[in-house]
Design a protein around this ligand. Structure first.
Ligand SMILES: Nc1ncnc2c1ncn2[C@@H]1O[C@H](COP(=O)(O)OP(=O)(O)O)[C@@H](O)[C@H]1O
Ligand SMILES: [Mg+2]
Length: 1107
């Protein structure tokens, strides 16, 4: 308490005057000078009483840190230098502690800092109110609703790079402890015309640019979008990029915020699809087409865009296309369809885009409300924050500006009413004499706009509903008739020719003198925008989509719910919602933040005096100060006044036991302040002149120093005394402890001495007794020992005697046995020597043989004829027997093996045997053939349907069929042929067709020649003069040479009973036609695998290269 008293006040270290009410002298110039002075020192906030004036710094100031929040937390409004936090804190505390619902009204021009101010208030409240996981989530959701709404509802304008294009009122709800429970957002009139057209230098809503810059490639592809802004007619191109704004990063922020607020992933997807569809709608273009009946029609120029939109929205293309070409009007029972011309088609397209976007925005607000709404039903305290579009004066002002400015008029009015009324009521309540202060009351302008019978909005509605041709011009005419005499309305056309000569006012315009200045409105578009018409065909088409979100946005498209009643006009809707808002605000305790724009260039450190002067004037700030100062510049409850200044008077310092009011009276009387300088209200003291307050402050500062010395003095005295008392107490304690200690030591010594003496005496007595007992025991033990020794001696003597007796008996038995043996041996010696030697020998040999056979039986080798092992011979004398046994066993085992052969297997072996006799050790190829079974028919010739013809031609049994390479006699090249052998012929046939090329009877074969190598080349020599030998001998190659020749050999033998000659040599002669040609085998590099390469060298020589 003391600390804060000493340190801080609004009046400490003040730059200029923190509260303009204290300005001396008070003029507009000093007021502005004060604002400028403070602005130049980075003090952007100044009070008028409890109203906060905020001058936009256009730069980041270090005054929004968590430390600042702590500083302002729970402090009185005037305690610290002016800050928006002080206002937020005041509002929050009076909500929490006094149970008063609050509203924060933020007003000012576009770009003056309203939206920023509202966010600062929200973040401050979020920082100081309750904590905990649940509460934090509520706070986070409330705060994160801002980026989402800003992305969809804000845009860059000439005035502000992040201008809110919708009005927003947010109720934050708290429980009785002051913890946030949730919130409700209301939105007012989104400036949807911006979707299809933006003034020069301005942009469309942020979300379009954010989506194109920040969306991933996949996302854009999914939404059928291109990344370049210039692909889209709806995006104004000359200012697509805003300095210092990173659209891509903002896109991520927005997506993240949507997630925190509670949007599902598929909801975000739906929203982005609608955004993409709106963007693409702008690219649909129409071309005129004349019809025979003279009516104009329009056609869509390029249907691709339309197709993509329909795909995005799940829409039937034909339905949408029809909605862009026709308009159906329904009246009672009738339905009339008319075609749309190009202009109408464009109008329809833009209307659809605007409606789609506007409805999406409203849906977003509702969706956010659903997430942030309070979950409990308990009674809530409410803090409303109003951030509505600021007063706007553009070059070309249309319906939107009219509406926005109307809203600002209403807010100004509520400000005037509440501040002036409040002030006035306070004076009356406090019983202070009150003189009326003049100020401009803008009720008259509100009247001009909203009067139910002849207000501008009412007339616009009337015009919109009137049958017959209605245009913006007829509306203006009507205004001219009815409002001409109104002092705040100006128009060239008005009959009372007040403005007839005003050339600055064009004919299609009217001008209103708003509280904030004159604004000229172009009537163009007023009727349309007020009607806000969307052709029914379009809303029905939209309702028919498969897109859940779009369908929900157009409920009136449902034919079942169709009504012929007109929807309320945009103007009347807005008027109604503003009226509701005003009523709502009036039930709450207002807190004002009045934002001022220091320059038009959005730059820091620039304070354009004229601009600010204008704002100060129309905001009525001077009147505000004057009202606050009317008579009394400063007021304060008695309690706080006494608390702050009580040290200035000995009677009230340090404690005043009676009422605060009397205390203040005593105080002021003793300070000898002239009585005309102040007035006593019922609960507050009113100070007339700021100077008096400053004097009081000066006195207080000086007195505080004296008091500090006094406090120091007393404190030091107190500290010394306490120290002394402590020392004294300690000394007594220490001596008590010392005395106790010595007494205790003495006692313990005496005790131990006594104990020692006692123990010596007891010991002596015990030892004496022990000695006597020991002697007695010794006597008893001696008698027992003597008896034991005597008995032992007797026992040992007896044992010795018995042992001697046993020894003697044993000796007698041994001697007797020896004697008996001697007698027997003497008697039988003569019988034993004659036969024993031979018998023993025979017996031993028999035993050995028996053992040998048994062991051999166990060790017999396997029954395989190829087995060569035989157990080792155990005895030398059995050498011959052992060898003989081995031979017999082998013969027997071979017989056993042969016995199991079938006739077929036998034939195979005979063939193999034949092959071995022919080629073993003669031709190198033989070794490979040993393990190959001779299969004979390799082509499965009788089963293969391909060779049906061939087998039909050959009658006998087929012994061998295989594909061989026939060597051409002329050039040595090979060609595959079927080689077929039967009992009397062999055939050569074509491999593919099975056509027989040659038939050779085996009897005509004289011999066969092969090389010694591993190659498969063989020659078949034929009998000279036989028919087969017409062309000469045959040359073949085959991997199965061994088998083929063996079979051929055996077949011939069976047929003729003659053995043909098989020549095995590396050089042999063959007969070709008339020539005898030498076939010569030479070693060479391997070319094509194992096949020999033949080359006809000349008439006499064929060279075969073998590996
Ligand atoms: N207190 C502030 N501190 C720093 N910059 C501010 C502050 N208030 C406003 N601004 C700047 O001014 C711009 C416009 O403010 P904004 O609140 O959007 O205006 P309004 O809502 O009144 O149209 C902001 O984007 C910001 O750059
Ligand atoms: Mg704003």
């Amino acid at each position: 308490m003391m600390k804060s008293e000493v340190k801080t006040s609004l009046l400490d270290n003040m730059i200029g005057v923190g509260d303009s009410v204290l300005l001396e002298p008070l003029t507009e110039d000093t007021f502005l000078e004060n604002l400028k002075n403070r602005f130049d020192h980075s003090e952007i906030y100044t009070y008028i009483g409890s109203v906060v004036i905020s001058v936009n710094p256009y730069r980041q100031l270090p005054i929004y840190t968590p430390e600042k929040v702590e500083e302002y937390r729970n402090r009185n409004f005037y305690e610290l230098s002016p800050h928006i936090y002080a206002l937020a804190d005041e509002a929050y505390r009076s909500l929490r502690d006094q149970d008063k619902d609050q509203c924060i009204l933020i007003t000012g021009e576009s770009g003056a800092g309203k939206t920023e101010a509202s966010k600062l208030v929200m973040s401050y409240v979020a920082a100081v109110c309750g904590k905990g996981a649940e509460v934090n989530q509520v706070k986070e959701q409330l705060l994160q609703s801002n980026p989402v709404l800003e992305a969809f509802g804000n845009a860059k304008t000439m005035r502000n790079d992040n201008s809110s294009r919708f009005g927003k009122y947010m109720d934050i709800e708290f429980d009785f402890k002051g913890d946030p429970l949730g919130g409700v957002i209301s939105n007012y009139l989104l400036e949807k015309s911006r979707v299809v057209k933006q003034p020069r230098g301005e942009r469309n809503f942020h979300i379009f640019y954010q989506l194109l810059s920040g969306g991933s490639e996949d996302l854009l592809k999914q939404l059928k979008l291109e990344r370049e802004f210039n692909q889209y007619n709806y995006l104004c191109l000359d200012s697509a990029k805003v300095n210092g704004v990173d659209d891509a990063a903002n896109f991520r922020t927005v997506k993240n915020a949507m997630q925190i607020v509670g949007f599902m992933d598929d909801e975000v997807e739906l929203v982005l699809e609608v955004v993409a569809a709106v963007l693409k709608l702008g690219n649909i273009e129409f071309k005129p087409e004349s019809r025979v009946n003279g009516l104009d029609e329009s056609r869509i120029q390029d249907k691709n865009e339309l197709k993509e939109i329909c795909e995005l929205l799940g829409q039937d293309q034909a339905v949408l296309e029809r909605a862009f070409s026709f308009r159906t009007v329904e009246a009672k029972q009738e339905k009339v369809s008319t075609t749309l011309n190009v202009a109408q088609a464009y109008y329809a397209r833009d209307a659809l885009a605007k409606n789609l976007y506007n409805r999406l925005f409203t849906w977003l607000v509702n969706r956010i409300n659903e997430s942030i709404k309070a979950q409990t039903k308990v009674r809530k305290k409410v803090m409303g924050v109003l951030d509505i579009y600021g007063f706007e004066i553009f070059e070309n002002n249309s319906f939107e500006q009219f509406i926005i400015n109307y809203c600002n008029e209403k807010l100004q009015q509520i400000f005037i009413e509440l501040t002036l009324k409040e002030e006035q009521e306070e004076y009356i309540k406090e019983g202070i004499e009150w003189t009326h202060i003049e100020y401009f009351n803008n009720a008259i302008i509100c009247e001009l706009i909203e009067n139910n019978t002849n207000g501008i909005l009412a007339m616009l509605d009337e015009e919109c509903l009137r049958p017959g041709t209605v245009t913006d011009e007829t509306f203006l005419e009507k205004l001219n008739q009815i409002c001409a005499v109104h002092e705040r309305f100006e128009s060239r056309m008005s009959k009372s020719s007040r403005f007839l000569n005003d050339t600055t006012l064009p004919h299609n315009c009217f001008r209103i003198q708003h509280y904030a200045g004159k604004v000229m409105y172009h009537v163009e578009g007023f009727v349309d925008k007020n009607n806000d018409l969307l052709y029914r065909d379009l809303s029905q088409a939209m309702w028919k989509t498969n897109h859940v979100l779009v369908k929900a946005l157009f409920p009136e498209g449902n034919p079942a719910k169709m009504s012929l009643k007109r929807p309320p006009t945009a103007g009347s809707q807005f008027k109604a919602s503003v009226a509701t808002l005003m009523k709502n605000l009036q039930t709450k305790n207002p807190n004002y933040i009045r934002c001022i724009k220091p320059n038009d260039q959005k730059t820091p450190h620039v304070f354009t005096e004229a601009l600010v002067r204008h704002q100060v004037r129309y905001l009525g700030l001077m009147e505000n100060v004057r009202v606050r100062r009317a008579g009394y510049a400063f007021k304060q409850p008695y309690e706080s006044c006494l608390e702050r200044y009580k040290m200035l008077c000995s009677q009230t310092w340090p404690h005043w036991r009676q009422g605060a009011r009397d205390g203040v009276k005593v105080l002021l009387t003793e300070l000898q302040i002239p009585p005309e300088e102040f007035s006593y209200g019922r609960s507050k003291i009113f100070i007339r002149n700021p100077r008096t307050l400053f004097e009081l402050e000066d006195l207080r500062k000086r007195r505080l120093e004296d008091l500090a010395t006094l406090i120091q003095k007393i404190y030091r005295g107190w500290k010394c005394r306490t120290h002394f008392l402590l020392m004294k107490k300690s000394q007594i304690t220490i001596s008590a402890w010392t005395k106790r200690h010595f007494q205790r030591k003495k006692y313990l010594h005496l005790k131990s001495v006594t104990l020692i003496i006692q123990s010596y005496i007891r010991g002596w007595k015990a030892r004496k007794l022990l000695r006597e007992l020991k002697y007695q025991k010794l006597c008893e033990e001696s008698a027992t020992t003597i008896a034991a020794y005597w008995r032992g001696f007797q026992a040992r003597r007896e044992l010795k005697r018995l042992k001697e007796e046993a020894r003697r008996k044993h000796a007698v038995a041994v001697i007797w046995a020896y004697w008996l043996g001697l007698k027997v041996r003497r008697e039988y010696r003569k019988f034993f020597r004659a036969n024993a030697g031979r018998k023993i020998y025979e017996f031993i040999v028999q035993r050995i043989m028996q053992k040998y056979f048994l062991e051999l039986k166990k060790k017999l080798p396997s029954m395989s004829p190829t087995e060569t092992t035989w157990p080792a011979r155990p005895y030398l004398f059995l050498d011959n027997t052992h060898t003989e046994l081995k031979r017999i066993f082998h013969l027997w085992r071979c017989k056993k093996y042969r016995d199991q052969f079938t006739a077929q297997k036998r034939a195979i072996f005979e063939e193999k045997l034949e092959a071995s006799e022919l080629f073993k050790d003669k031709k190198a190829l033989y070794a490979n053939s040993v393990c190959q079974p001779f299969q004979g028919d390799y082509l499965e010739i009788s089963k293969n349907p391909k060779y049906q013809k061939l087998t039909g031609a050959v009658e006998e049994k087929i012994l061998l069929a295989d594909v061989v390479n026939k060597i051409n006699r002329a050039n040595g090249k090979g060609a595959p042929r079927i080689f077929l052998l039967t009992q009397s012929n062999f055939f050569i046939a074509d491999q593919k067709s099975g056509q027989i090329k040659s038939t050779i009877p085996v009897m005509d074969i004289t011999s066969v020649s092969v090389s010694k190598q591993t190659d498969g080349l063989f020659a078949v020599h034929l009998k000279e003069g036989s028919t087969a030998a017409a062309k000469g001998d045959f040359l073949f190659t085959s991997d199965r040479l061994i088998e083929i020749i063996t079979k051929l050999y055996r077949t011939i033998f069976f047929k003729t009973n003659q053995k043909i000659n098989v020549e095995i040599n590396n050089e042999f002669l063959v007969q070709f036609n008339q020539d005898k040609v030498c076939v010569k085998f030479i070693q060479g590099a391997q070319k094509n695998g194992n096949l020999p390469a033949c080359k006809r060298k000349n008439n006499r020589l064929l060279e075969v290269t073998v590996p």
